[in-house]
Design a protein around this ligand. Structure first.
Ligand SMILES: Cc1cc2nc3c(=O)[nH]c(=O)nc-3n(C[C@H](O)[C@H](O)[C@H](O)COP(=O)(O)O)c2cc1C
Length: 358
């Protein structure tokens, strides 16, 4: 059976990235050219989804992708926010309008190829042309680059310290437990363990340790349990890349719409990187910890974890500049790398369109 135009557009749009592959959206298809997008955020059970911002960024990426996908079929997509129930939900009406004058986006073919590379990349610099294309894609957000060896070392150190918070906070443990698909190369609704970036031995050890919080505590306390994963997941990849970047808004982002808009730029940036043959990994934790710090909302009930937030924010400002913690919307690393061998897949369109319930 052939797909209707709206089904074809959503079929591609569902490949948009989302934090931990949560895909915080469902579709209600109303007609061949119309649908309602029911978006929710995951703040109730994911400590990284501060005020729903990560989900809102993902929603922006989805909206940008559906515009790009629609252009390939000769449609202009109109996406309008409906009166939202508020809180953690937002609804949008999507309508496709035929537009023979519309140019097909050159980014279409990158939608399904774009993915995360969490393993070390080449340290070869980006060319000025590549950087210019990425900056154009991110506009009106400016791009702050950290590329010299010294800057990459400083970023690797920041990520290494930031990861200690990630690995010692009980609030983060419950998230990691639920989003990793163990012994998997692909996963439709989580992150496969093979895509995380650990060597097979450390991975098996981590799988065993992560079955119980008491094991995590013991390992962290007596066996320096955070060291191997932090070196493999944060320090080495932090150094082994062409550089780190932050997308920075003109004004401090606050509202849902600010983050949705930013998510659109993030997706343009990421798809353009894919088009240029580059790979990327978001590195959101230093920014998320800064958001917690600035809002005075606690990240963790554990005192030692909570006390580690201010130095992360201060260090992020020292390395990337004062504007990044307050005006930054997205951070990551980028470079040339080997093809990925494991990745997150997506829920099928029929599952995503089964109703607006989560
Ligand atoms: C807002 C946002 C934040 C993310 N943060 C991180 C991150 O801090 N570290 C990371 O490795 N991946 C991060 N990701 C990548 C997602 O885990 C990834 O997009 C998802 O698992 C789907 O995989 P794919 O992009 O390979 O299709 C983030 C993605 C989004 C959209």
């Amino acid at each position: 059976m052939s797909l209707t135009p709206i089904q074809q557009v959503l079929e591609l749009a569902r490949w948009a990235p989302s934090g931990d592959n949560t895909q915080p959206w469902r579709f209600e298809i109303l007609a061949d050219d119309r649908a309602i997008l029911h978006a929710h955020d995951t703040r109730a059970h994911c400590v990284y989804d501060f005020q729903g911002r990560a989900s809102q960024l993902a929603l922006g990426a989805l909206i940008e992708t559906l515009h790009i996908a629609a252009s390939g079929l000769g449609y202009r997509a109109i996406v309008e926010k409906r009166s939202s129930p508020g809180g953690d939900q937002n609804h949008y009406a999507i309508t496709l309008h035929p537009d023979p004058a519309l140019e097909k986006s050159p980014l279409i073919e990158t939608i399904t190829r774009r993915s995360v590379q969490r393993r070390p990349m080449s340290m070869r610099n980006l060319s000025p042309t590549q950087k210019q294309a990425l900056e154009q894609a991110a506009a009106p957000y400016s791009v702050c680059w950290m590329e010299t060896r010294r800057q990459r070392l400083a970023m690797a150190g920041l990520l290494f310290r930031s990861a200690k918070i990630r690995l010692t906070a009980p609030e983060a443990y419950s998230v990691h437990r639920s989003i990793i698909a163990w012994r998997s190369r692909y996963s439709e609704d989580r992150v496969p363990d093979q895509a995380i970036g650990l060597d097979p031995l450390t991975l098996r050890l981590m799988e065993w340790v992560m079955q119980r919080w008491s094991r995590v505590l013991f390992f962290n306390k007596y066996l320096a349990g955070t060291l191997a994963p932090r070196i493999q997941l944060d320090w080495l990849p932090g150094l082994a890349c062409a550089g780190h970047f932050a997308l920075v808004a003109e004004r401090p982002p606050r509202a849902v719409d600010d983050f949705v808009e930013a998510g659109r730029a993030v997706q343009r940036f990421w798809l353009t990187a894919t088009q240029l043959g580059l790979q990327m990994q978001p590195e959101m934790t230093p920014l998320i910890f800064s958001w917690y710090h600035d809002s005075h909302e606690p990240f963790s009930q554990t005192g030692s974890v909570q006390q580690a937030l201010p130095p992360i924010r201060a260090q992020l400002a020292t390395i990337m500049g004062d504007l990044v913690p307050s005006h930054g919307v997205f951070m990551g690393r980028i470079g040339n790398g080997n093809p990925i061998r494991s990745r997150s897949l997506r829920l099928s369109l029929s599952r995503l369109a089964q109703g607006s319930d989560r």
